[in-house]
Structures are given as structure tokens and as C-alpha cells.
Design a protein around this ligand. Structure first.
Ligand code: 5GP
Length: 189
């Protein structure tokens, strides 16, 4: 089983995914490769495989990535094929956390084997407030992410499920429910 989760930056996907990984021990996060620099507290091989732009290009040339995007100018992100092998060898379900273009590509590749979930922030204004509150990026970067978010929201309708993250606890419970239904359905038949 493959779960594809997308939302604009600050949409709450990080918190919801962390919650899902705790709730379902058979879910496993697919670690992407990125050419962006690690943020405070991020670990190589856990949050991302942090690589140089040259190393990222080599991965593309060697056909090591199922999909990749330049999500923000100069910052590349991609899904290594090796992650799917690693996770599926253990018999675990794969969780992809990717941008909207990557999400749509992955859904096309995996079709019925994948469920795509879009986490929708309550509003663009609220998104800006969250990003400023999180304070992991300078203001000019935040404004770029907010502008991009408006465009990203227009992709929501192409996802299998849309989860509105207004009340975080409610969103977590709804996410649990979606995953449980899907895993149960697979197990039953
Ligand atoms: P951040 O820099 O905040 O960690 O992530 C920026 C964006 O890149 C997020 O929207 C995240 O979902 C996306 N992203 C992370 N990994 C991948 C990936 O492997 N492929 C694609 N297409 N997007 C990714």
C-alpha cells in the first residue's frame, strides 16, 4: 500500500504524518533526497538524504529517482526508488510526503495501489500565520511559500481525499480513519 500526502508548506502535513507513523507501526516514511540545506534539528537519512546539487544531478542521470521536482528555485527534491524497495521488503506501507506535482505523478505511476491525500489549510491567511509562527524561514521565503500555496491549493481536486486541517486534533483523527479504512480494506480483500 502506498499513501501519498501533500499540502502547501505550513499546511500541517508534518504533524499529521508524524501522528500517523505513531498510530500505525506498519506505515513507513519514504525518505526523499534533497539539495536544500538541512534545517536546525533535521537529520540526514531521517528527514531527508541531504545531498549536493551535483550529487542530486548524478541521481537523476543514474535513474535513481521515481520522480523529482525543483519545488523551490534552486532546491531539488526527489523520491529514491531504493526507498520503496527498502520499505516493501519489510512488508510495510509506504508514505510519500511530496509536493503537488510529485503527488500527481506518483498517483499516476501507482494508480489503484496508492491513495493520495491532500491536507488543506483553512485559509491562505492562516497558512501565513503558521509559517511566521514556526519561524523556520525568513520572511521573504515565507512570502514565496505563501504565494506558491495559493497555486498548490488548486491541485487539491486531483487527489483521492481532501482533509481540511482546521482543528489539528480533528484532522489527526480523520487521517487515522482514512488510513485505517484503507489498510483494513486491503487486509480483508
Ligand atoms: P521542505 O523544504 O519544507 O522540507 O519541503 C518543501 C516541499 O518539498 C514540500 O512541499 C514537500 O512535500 C516537498 N517534497 C519533499 N520531498 C519531495 C520529493 O521527494 N518529491 C517531491 N516532488 N516533492 C518533495
Amino acid at each position: 500500500m502506498i499513501f501519498i500526502i501533500s499540502s502547501p508548506s505550513g499546511g500541517g502535513k508534518g504533524t499529521i504524518i508524524a501522528h500517523l507513523l505513531q498510530s500505525f507501526p506498519t506505515l513507513e516514511f519514504s525518505v526523499s533526497a534533497t539539495s536544500r540545506k538541512p534545517r536546525e534539528g533535521e537529520q540526514d537519512g531521517v528527514n531527508y538524504y541531504f545531498v549536493s546539487p551535483e550529487e542530486f544531478k548524478r541521481k537523476i542521470a543514474n535513474d535513481e529517482l521515481i520522480e523529482y521536482e525543483e519545488v523551490y528555485a534552486g532546491s531539488y527534491y526527489g523520491t529514491p526508488k531504493s526507498e520503496i524497495d527498502r520499505i516493501q521488503r519489510k512488508g510495510h506501507h509506504v508514505v510519500f510526503e511530496v509536493d503537488v506535482k510529485g503527488g500527481i505523478k506518483l498517483k499516476k505511476i501507482f494508480g489503484e495501489k496508492a491513495l493520495s491525500i491532500f491536507i488543506m489549510p483553512p485559509s491562505i491567511e492562516e497558512l501565513r500565520r503558521r509559517l511566521i509562527g514556526r519561524a523556520t524561514e525568513p520572511l521573504d521565503v515565507i512570502e514565496k511559500r505563501v504565494a506558491k500555496a495559493a497555486l498548490e491549493l488548486s491541485y487539491a481536486e486531483q487527489y483521492d481525499r481532501v482533509l481540511v486541517n482546521d482543528d489539528l486534533n480533528l484532522a489527526k483523527a480523520q487521517a487515522d480513519e482514512i488510513i485505517r479504512q484503507y489498510i483494513d480494506r486491503e487486509t480483508i480483500g
